[in-house]
Ligand binder design. Sequence first.
Ligand SMILES: O=P(O)(O)OC[C@H]1O[C@](O)(COP(=O)(O)O)[C@@H](O)[C@@H]1O
Ligand SMILES: [Mg+2]
Ligand SMILES: [Mg+2]
Length: 326
Amino acid sequence: MTEKTLRRHLTESALDPNLIFLLEDIASACRVVANRIRNGAFEGNLGSADATNVQGETQKTLDILANDEFERICANSPRLAALVSEEVEEVTWLKEPQAGDYLLYFDPLDGSSNLDVNLSVGSIFAVMQVQSDGDRNVLLAGRKQVCAGYALYGPSTTFVLTTGSEVSGFTNERGTGDFRLTHPAMTVPHETSEFAINTSRYRYWDQPVRRYVDECVAGEEGIRERAFNMRWTASMVADIHRILTRGGVFLYPADSENRAAGGKLRLMYEANPMAMIIENAGGVATTGNQPILDLQPTGPHQRVPVIMGSKSEVDRLVRYHKAEAQ
Ligand SMILES: O=P(O)(O)OC[C@H]1O[C@](O)(COP(=O)(O)O)[C@@H](O)[C@@H]1O
Ligand SMILES: [Mg+2]
Ligand SMILES: [Mg+2]
């Protein structure tokens, strides 16, 4: 472990000072959200709010509070032009956009069904840039992300960030409140014997996903000739953090039940940021048929199929999808 704080890590980088400003605001928002979650039971903030979001999902009180904290804190950033949040239908414009201004995409609270049972949740974010003066197009492909990250509110609060190449993990220190670099240069091992998928959806799956999972479950007797383990936390942040730490493959594929909606997870503030992190850590992120980061978005709340993690397993899943398509 190094003594380096997130602030030092950012100020020693070659990043635009306005982006550093924004990233420090995002980290502050995550710190505040962590406290709101920790004190949720005392402040009467567990449970559902009397509202649904743009995806028709019941909002938790903390979904709304977390969104408000992100908005309140990040609105300070002088070159932040717009916010795209899971919890807000319309894009929130903060200023007249100028080329190079920043666009923040975020899922303020991910895995919020875990809140009431005191399991891990997180926040996910990505930053892109306005392409030209006056351009209000926020539907940019994930390859244009200038940075992406997440906070995991688990036994400790962890902040994971990539600004282009390396993926760095910071742990929030009680007392000082600093995020300290505890996991430099995180990498996803290429090989793994662990998969993550909600297996209660087996009846809806397409053949390539069934084939893959059936072969894993067959263990030593099957064609994989080894035992596989399965983990599913129902919080993408927690599952991806485990995969960044010890490898694995995460699947929320298109299936017969969610296909009409495009999938389950949202492209702009779930799939894209996690895909950038996984790719920069040496993993692979795909819909099954194409790299997530190459998708041309069609809407700010678009849903997509997601398969990401250790290269050898994701490559295998892509092969199974190709074989099915032939
Ligand atoms: O309940 P399911 O179908 O297993 O879905 C779990 C998935 O849904 C999500 O909770 C969606 O995120 P939100 O809580 O932000 O809506 C992911 O984090 C997770 O991977
Ligand atoms: Mg989410
Ligand atoms: Mg959410």
